[in-house]
Design a protein around this ligand. Structure first.
Ligand code: MCN
Ligand code: FES
Ligand code: FES
Length: 913
């Protein structure tokens, strides 16, 4: 019998009596019993601080605070008790002003934590703020932490009475334009007050009768399924039913978008629920539908799988071995190849005496995305007879198409909606639980919800696909010009082919990008393995390609005895240059960017020299990065705008918001277009994406949205203005439009004519808009251990004209932080060890320097609205290589496999070992 305990708590000043089991967590009591969903649960195991609340004045992580340890009469303060949307605490105001909430999932936890600090010390130093967040394990994946510390420092001034509360308000520029300003994003207040409902919050608010789901997952990486025994589980308390592949009404497959003629599979290899085989650890075999999540999980643990284990190929090399079985029988494990043939054959050049040649083998890691919010979703049949699925999808129309046939539906029978999201960083370009939710609704006829815990997030969502690149590069000894490049690489994409061909193409497009290299031969191959499936991850192939390219460029500079910056300066794109795929770049900002970096670089070198000691070597590294805004080839988006009764405008765009700022993207772009109409920014409304409500705008991937969706928003707003313009140059009100019998809704469609790379030569003009960055890293290597810390980073970025500076700064800081993780700690190779945030090397605040600097060069772009390019991914193309180049500079160790763990650095140091 379950034994309960009643306790009195004073929650946000209100006396409450709660009845719970002593082992229930405080987070569950707050969220589920008291419906205070401002407190978020991320990791659920004490590692992220998202659930921070104050208990008798002390900051605690409520997900690991059991009710038995909460004293009778305890005073609890949650985010709801700190301030409300119409009565913000200075910390919340500062969070809004500094763009400290991107996805916002960590914000309530950080703000409560910061409140705890300011209660103890209202005059902290930046170091004290950082130390506090370190001690309380407050983790943020989006911001690089800098704006969070900025926000606390500015709020503290107001708390001390040294600055008025108004100093935390946004000041509207005199010209009334928010384009290019730091106007706070429309969702900022809701994020900072905990009033924005994410997927799990919405799930809790579903009607009675909702079934809660749990997955039965394989705990082996490759196996034949001989049987599934659900008999014991079916009789567990609260269980409604257990669904297996036979309950799936359609093809039971998710379409993997295999579109290239060179693809050797048909793209239909990924089961919704595994039927014949298990292809990777965590694959879903059955779904338990029960009254509560706890009951569903308890029953899932009792389902018995009869599995016959097959050899598990956990690397590309293993899956490529001659005797390896075909993971998908009938499709070879190497299922896609993309050659590159640019200019003359470089082979003879490498034999010439007047060239310097460097070569290397570069392996990148299986970087896990680690959003703070684990995967979550819910679904139901709507009164419109559509199957509504709400998830963390960043591609609502595409996902409806990818899962429909598997469920036995047509895409138009599915309404796929994106919930407010706590970050995806690209893993949600793949469907994760969408089809599973759909199966459960169709089989039971009931609304359903499914929440992954963090272990499931880690083990059963896609990862960054490792590249293993063999390459060599040659430069003329006299001119210092790069003359030839050869590479050959394999991409370990796990068992499912989603976007594998596109990803493999990123190698030929970006190894050597940024430089005019006349002769290139390359070959990329995609390999199926049984490790975690390859999903999009911010930068999608860019960081992998640059790891090889920018390491070789650095080595070549050393071989020529040239300064790495000057060598890059001599070789970077200028008018007349072509990209690796033979395209003319869109703009040529790299020389100016390197000029801007030069003084910072010289200072950094001096600092490194002065700061090095016999035990600690300091080093400086730079790396250039180029990445495309938009997918390969033609890019298109459709949106509408609607004139509202109060003369505001609603932007109907399915621009999914991982946290990057689709809200401000849409509002900023519309405001700039509508400037002459004078629609105030607070009356411009963005939309939450839903495939049944907006036309297809394409996924929020490939850093395409500001350019392409923004382009469509501009077109739609111009159409509205065209219709509303009066002869005297002023504009009709909405009421006047109605009186004049004019439509209130205007569609906008926009496309960009890129040319995909040729399947045989790799040549083409795939991206008409590129983002350019140069990173500078200053690091310290502890010589005895090989441990590396990053002291300072600086980024020169050209992302075209800026829509919103808070958004673009945030994107760049976030990329720098993820680049540090990629360089030094993050991995998901060892499924056991790497299945928690700490285990997988999540970068907490102590790993990210406070000294992060951004300099913009804003070269206007032809194709983006008002000259914008994208920003989401360009800055992650190369920060990790700036760091590994700095390690080489500090201690001579050339790291060729990521992450640069201390033992690798130690082993690479030439003199010590
Ligand atoms: N922006 C701007 N000015 C520009 C370019 C962009 O103000 N010149 C703003 C945009 O309005 C938008 C943001 O910067 O708010 C990113 O725009 P864009 O580069 O067009 O990228 P998308 O909107 O298409 O977003 C996707 C991109 C990708 S592919 C990944 S992955 C990613 C990312 O953005 N995942 C993120 N950024 C992320 N940020 C957070 N916090 N969380 C994620 O999961
Ligand atoms: Fe509680 Fe992560 S620490 S949710
Ligand atoms: Fe911190 Fe997204 S804003 S995790």
């Amino acid at each position: 019998m379950e034994k309960l305990q009643q306790k009195k708590l004073i929650v946000n000043g209100i006396e409450q009596y709660v009845l719970s089991s002593p082992s229930t967590t405080l987070a569950t009591v707050l969220r589920e019993h008291l419906e205070l969903t401002g407190t978020k649960v991320g990791c659920g195991e004490g590692q992220c601080g998202a659930c921070s609340v104050m208990l008798n004045g002390k900051v605690v992580r409520s997900c690991v605070t059991k009710m038995k340890r909460v004293p009778e009469g305890a005073c609890i303060i949650t985010i709801e008790g700190i301030g409300q949307p119409d009565n913000l605490d200075p910390l919340q105001q500062a969070w809004v002003k500094h763009g400290a909430a991107q996805c916002g999932f960590c914000s309530p936890g950080f703000i409560v934590s910061a409140k705890g600090l300011l209660n103890e010390n209202d005059n902290p130093t930046r170091e004290e703020v950082r130390d506090w967040f370190r001690k309380h394990k407050n983790a943020c994946r989006c911001t690089g932490y800098k704006p969070l510390v900025d926000a606390v420092m500015e709020a503290a001034k107001v708390v001390r009475g040294e600055a008025p509360a108004e100093s935390l308000d946004f000041v509207m520029p005199e010209d009334g334009r928010i384009w290019g300003s730091s106007y706070p994003r429309p969702t900022a207040v809701a994020k900072a007050t905990g009033t924005l409902d994410y997927g799990a919050d919405l799930g809790l608010k579903m009607p009675a009768g909702t079934l809660r789901l749990a997955l039965v997952q394989a705990e082996v990486s490759h196996a034949k399924i001989n049987g599934i025994d659900t008999s014991e589980a079916e009789n567990m308390p609260g269980v409604h039913c257990i669904l297996t592949a036979k309950d799936v009404k359609g093809k039971n497959r998710i379409f993997g978008l295999a579109c290239s003629p060179r693809h050797k599979g048909d793209g239909w290899e990924r089961p919704i629920l595994c039927d014949e085989k298990v292809f990777q650890y965590g694959d879903a075999v059955a779904i338990v539908c029960a009254d509560t999540e706890a009951e569903a999980r308890a029953a899932a643990a009792k389902v018995r799988l009869d599995l016959e284990q097959l050899p598990a190929y956990m690397s590309a090399a293993a899956a490529m071995a001659d005797d390896a079985l075909e993971i998908h029988p009938g499709t070879p494990n190497i299922y896609f190849e993309q050659p590159l043939i640019k200019g003359d054959d470089p082979a003879p050049i490498f034999d010439q005496d007047d060239v310097a040649v460097v070569s290397g083998e570069y392996r990148s890691s299986r970087q896990p995305h680690m959003p703070i919010e684990p995967d979550v979703g819910f679904a139901y049949m709507g009164d419109d007879d559509l199957l509504h699925i709400h998830s963390k999808s960043i591609a609502v129309h595409l996902h409806a198409m990818m899962i429909a046939e598997g469920l036995g539906l047509k895409p138009e029978q599915i309404a796929l909606a994106a919930n407010p999201m706590g970050g995806t960083f690209g893993y949600k370009l793949s469907p994760t639980m969408e089809a599973l939710l759909g199966v459960a609704v169709l089989a039971t006829g009931r609304p359903v919800s499914l929440c992954y815990d963090y272990y499931q997030q880690m083990t059963y969502t896609g990862k960054r696909s490792p590249f293993h690149v063999n390459a060599r590069m040659a430069a003329d000894k006299k001119t210092g010009r790069i003359v030839a490049l050869e590479h050959d690489y394999v991409v370990d994409h796990g068992p499912y082919c989603e976007m594998a061909d596109v990803l493999t193409g990123r190698g030929i497009q970006f190894i050597g990008a940024g430089y005019d290299i006349p002769s290139i031969r390359g070959m990329g191959r995609t390999v199926a393995t049984n490790h975690a499936w390859g999903a999009a991850f911010r930068g999608f192939g860019g960081p992998q390609a640059h790891f090889a390219g920018e390491s070789l460029v650095d080595e070549l500079a050393l071989a020529l005895d040239m300064d790495p910056l000057e060598f890059r300066y001599a070789n970077c794109y200028r008018p007349g240059s072509t990209t690796p795929t033979g395209q003319e770049p869109d703009v040529y900002p790299l020389p100016e960017m390197l000029d801007a970096l030069r003084p910072k670089y010289e200072e950094a070198k001096k600092r490194a020299e002065a700061g090095s000691t016999p035990t600690h070597a300091k080093g400086v590294g730079i790396a250039l990065g180029v990445y495309g805004s938009g997918g390969d080839g033609v890019e298109q988006a459709e949106v509408f705008v609607q004139y509202d009764e109060d003369d505001g405008v609603t932007v109907g765009a399915s621009w999914e918001d991982h946290g990057q700022g689709a809200d401000i993207g849409a509002v900023g772009t519309a405001h700039e277009t509508l400037l002459a109409m004078g629609v105030p920014p607070e009356k411009i409304r963005f939309s939450w994406p839903d495939s049944a409500k907006q036309p297809p705008a394409g996924p929020a991937g490939a850093s395409r949205s500001q350019v392409v969706v923004g382009g469509a928003i501009r077109v739609a707003c111009e159409a509205l203005m065209g219709a509303a313009r009066k002869d005297d140059g002023t504009y009709m009100t909405c009421a006047e439009m109605v009186a004049a019998d004019k439509p209130l809704r205007y569609d906008g469609s926009y496309s960009i004519p890129g040319v995909p790379c040729d399947p045989d030569t790799g040549l083409g003009n795939p991206f008409l808009v590129y983002m350019y960055v140069v990173h500078l890293a200053e690091i310290t290597v502890e010589k005895a251990t090989g441990k590396v810390s990053v002291d300072r980073m600086s980024c020169i970025a050209d992302i075209g004209k800026i829509n919103n500076k808070l958004a673009t700064d945030g994107q760049i800081w976030g990329c720098m932080a993820q680049g540090i993780g990629l360089a030094l700690t993050e991995d998901f190779e060892d499924i056991k060890k790497h299945s928690t945030m700490i285990g997988a090397g999540f970068p907490y605040i102590s790993a990210i320097p406070d000294d992060l600097e951004i300099t913009y060069i804003q070269t206007p772009r032809q194709w983006g609205p008002f000259g914008a390019a994208g920003v989401g991914e360009g800055p992650i193309a190369s920060p990790h290589v700036a760091i590994t180049n700095a390690i080489r500079n500090a201690c001579g160790a050339r790291v060729t496999s990521l992450p640069a763990l201390p033992e690798k650095v130690l082993a690479g140091m030439p003199h010590e070992h």
